[in-house]
Design a protein around this ligand. Structure first.
Ligand code: PEP
Length: 249
């Protein structure tokens, strides 16, 4: 099944200023990307400026996180209505948000339900820790995450739902997984999705974790992997361009 390729840059708490983020967005907006859909996820404060810079381009904008409630006393948070006109959707369940903000699968499920219910696209992140990897628990962890994270949602469609397989031990370490490990994870993820009635063969599964110009070939050629969620390398336009090109084939 041809699902189309997708590469999204997660800029995290970078670059240093909104002006820098806007300049990077303009560079990404001008990149050639035959055969690859592109996206960027800037910091919340830069969402509006980046969305304006990319208006009319083929690059979609995503929030890095969003709250499960629609409004209220939630200091520091973004609601789905705040994304309208700015972002196509949001990353949900990134391991750094799970780690730093205490998001468990129950919260991730509520966030996912909110994003999809608002008609936005969700990029759901799942992945095992280093200890779970060493104990060969990857498949069990992914199955449990998918089961719990999807507990609140129905009627998922391929145009609005993407899964990013991000082994935590590979994020920002310069030690990516192998293509074979990513492919096995993608198989596990799709099997778990099917249990929830999700059209798994149509759902894109991205790999994330130290993807760079040097490592991308491993994943661009991996069965069942349809693109990448890219952190550090997405801040360097040459690296990001090379990753996009590799997925374009
Ligand atoms: C990420 O945090 O989503 C990520 C993939 O980061 P990096 O590419 O820097 O490992």
């Amino acid at each position: 099944m041809s699902r189309g390729r997708l590469v999204v840059g997660n800029w995290k708490m970078n670059p240093a200023t909104v002006a820098d983020a806007t300049a990077l967005a303009r560079t990404v907006g001008a990149m050639a990307h035959p055969g690859t859909e592109m996206g960027v996820a800037p910091a919340a404060i830069a969402l509006t400026a980046v969305a304006d810079a990319l208006r009319g381009s083929d690059v979609s904008v995503y929030a890095q996180d969003v709250h499960w409630e629609v409004a209220g006393a939630y200091t520091g948070q973004l609601s789905v209505s705040m994304l309208r006109g700015r972002a196509a959707g949001s990353i949900v369940g990134h391991s750094e948000v799970r780690r730093d903000q205490g998001d468990d699968d129950a919260r991730v499920a509520r966030k996912l339900g909110r994003v999809l219910g608002a008609g936005l696209r969700a990029i759901l992140c799942v992945g095992e820790t280093e200890a779970q990897f060493a104990a060969e628990e990857t498949a069990a962890v992914l199955k449990q995450q998918i089961d719990r994270d999807l507990s609140d949602v129905r009627g998922i469609t391929a145009d609005r739902f993407v899964v990013a397989y991000e082994p935590i031990w590979a994020i920002g370490t310069g030690r990516p997984a192998t293509g074979a490990h990513a492919s096995a994870a993608a198989r596990t993820i799709r099997t778990a999705l099917r249990v929830h009635g999700v059209p798994a063969d149509a759902i894109r599964v991205l790999y994330g974790g130290s993807v760079s110009a040097a490592s991308v070939a491993e994943f661009a050629g991996a069965a069942g992997i349809d693109g990448a969620l890219v952190g550090g390398a997405s801040l360097k336009s040459d690296e990001f361009a090379a990753i996009i090109k590799a997925f374009g084939g």
